[in-house]
Structures are given as C-alpha cells and as structure tokens.
Write a protein of this length. Structure first.
Length: 53
C-alpha cells in the first residue's frame, strides 16, 4: 500500500479532487490495482490524502 499527501492551493482543492477521482476508472481497469483513493485531509492547508494498493 502506498499512502501520502499531496498539497494543492486551497482554492483549487475541490477541482483537484474531482479531476483525481475521475481517474478511478483508469485505475480500476489496471488488473494490479486494488484501491485508488483521493480524499480531502485538510482543505484549509490544501492537503489531499492519496491511497493506492
């Protein structure tokens, strides 16, 4: 499992999450992919949690 945070400008966080979550079908099509997740961790800081398994 890979886990971490990416930081984006706080004003762009909603757009980033929407764009990142739009990649879910691409990840699901990869036979080695078991999980791909993007979630807001701290909107004020622009922190997004990323999980991949």
């Amino acid at each position: 499992m890979i886990a971490g945070h990416v930081y984006v400008p706080p004003a762009d966080i909603d757009e980033f999450i929407a764009d990142a979550q739009a990649t879910y079908p691409v990840g699901a099509a990869n036979p080695g992919n078991r999980l791909l997740s993007f979630a807001i961790h701290d909107a004020a800081a622009g922190a997004v949690t990323v999980l991949e398994k």
